[in-house]
Structures are given as C-alpha cells and as structure tokens.
Write a protein that binds this ligand. Structure first.
Ligand SMILES: Cc1ncc(COP(=O)(O)O)c(C=O)c1O
Length: 227
C-alpha cells in the first residue's frame, strides 16, 4: 500500500548550497545564518527584535519568564490549541486558565476572556489556530483596558494577516514554530518576536545563559583567537 506523507518542505539546490556553505563557513562566520534569519524574520513581521529558540514551546516559556510570570499567577489560553501553548505556564508554577473559543475562527473568544480575568491574571495567550486569526481588535483592547500583556502564539500562522497586518505583529510578543509540520521548517526551531527593549534584553539574557546582547561577538572572537 502506498504511504501518504504529511506535507514536507520544498528543498531545492539553493537550500542544499546554503547548508553546504554554512558548514564550510563554520569558523569564518559563526552565527551568521541564525543572525541573518533573525534579522529578516523580524523585518518581515515589522518587529524590532527576533530571538531564535530550539522550538516554539521554548519561545513561549522564554517570553513568560521575561514577563516575570510566577507561581500564583494566572495566564489565559484558549481551550482548543496545541498543548504547548499552555504547558510552559505550568513550568513557571503559574496556572493556565482555559477560555472558550469563537465558533467562527476557533480562536480565543473575547467575551470569555473578559469573564475569566481576575486580579491574578498576568498574561493572555492568543492562538492563531490553523492560520485563522482571532478578533484581534477586541482582544487587544481588553489587554489595554486591564493592562495585561497579550502574547500571540502564531506557531501555525506564518503568512496569515488580520486587517492587512501580518500574524506575529500583535501584542507584546509573538512566537513561531519551525517544526517539520509547519509552513516554514528548520526541522525543529522556534522564534520569539518583540518590540520592547527591556523585554528583549531580559529574554536574551535568559536564552543566552546570562550573556547580554553585546557580549556575544567579543566572546566568539575571544574563542577564535584561542583556537
Ligand atoms: C499553536 C501551537 N503552539 C505551539 C506549538 C509548539 O511548537 P514547537 O513544536 O515548535 O515547540 C505548536 C506546534 O505544533 C502549535 O501548533
């Protein structure tokens, strides 16, 4: 019986050449392709900063950490999503609060979000499920009204738009997945997009084990001069 595979990436000679070049340039241009991917990805989404991570789950964990989510806090998530939207909330000892989804878009229902807000609500994670876009205007105004940061889980929505704005541009930060099942894949991989300088600095330091954004290149040069 013929096996039908799930859709895979379109791999041309160009991608093969780039991978070969990345390997040949390993020492001459350390980090080049990651840095370039971050730059282009941020620019494409009209964001100031992009941070690559091992996967999207890590991006969510990183952003929640950067926002200071802690035990006792509540984070609103849609009741229909991939488990990775909610799991990182529990890594920090906080509580996911599951809200209803809209029957049209299958994304977070603004009325349900409003009903679920308590004094412990510290973030709202909106998911662009299956590339559908939620009623972002209403969700953003709830976020503003209560001063609760909105996070956009755009793992499944690369290329989607809401009122002409690309998925990934909404809220304090957004996350993407490059898992093999996604629109653009690196096998495994994730991205966190941000605009806020302070949140970026904090997330960078967490991701890079205490190193600051400026510290990386001198360190690389130092290592190379020791080779
Ligand atoms: C909505 C959503 N959030 C998060 C993730 C987690 O992505 P990753 O597998 O890159 O950690 C996925 C992946 O399937 C997803 O669909």
């Amino acid at each position: 019986m013929e096996q039908i595979f799930i859709a895979g990436p379109w791999i041309t000679e160009h991608e093969i050449k780039i991978v070969e070049k990345a390997m040949r340039d390993w020492y001459e241009q350390p980090y080049f392709y990651c840095e370039e991917f971050q730059r282009v990805f941020a620019e494409y989404h009209d964001r100031k900063y992009a941070l690559m991570t091992p996967n999207c789950t890590t991006s969510i964990h990183l952003l929640l950490t950067g926002l200071g989510i802690k035990p006792g806090d509540e984070v609103i998530v849609p009741e229909c999503t991939w488990i990775a939207t909610a799991a990182p909330i529990t890594y920090l000892g906080a509580t996911p609060v599951f809200c209803d989804i809209d029957p049209e878009s299958w994304c977070l229902d603004p009325a349900s979000v409003r009903d679920s807000i308590t004094e412990n609500t510290k973030a709202i994670i909106v998911v662009d499920l299956y590339g559908n876009m939620p009623r972002m205007d209403e969700l953003l105004s709830i976020s503003q009204e209560y001063g609760i940061p909105l996070i956009e889980d755009a793992a499944e929505a690369l290329g989607s738009k809401y009122r002409g704005i690309r998925a990934g541009k909404f809220g304090i930060g957004s996350v993407f997945s490059f898992h093999r099942t996604k629109t653009l894949t690196t096998g495994e991989g994730g991205m966190l997009l941000l605009d806020d300088d302070g949140v970026y600095e904090r997330c960078f330091v967490w991701r890079d084990h205490g190193r600051r954004p400026q510290a990386r290149w001198p360190l690389v040069l130092q290592l190379r001069s020791n080779l």
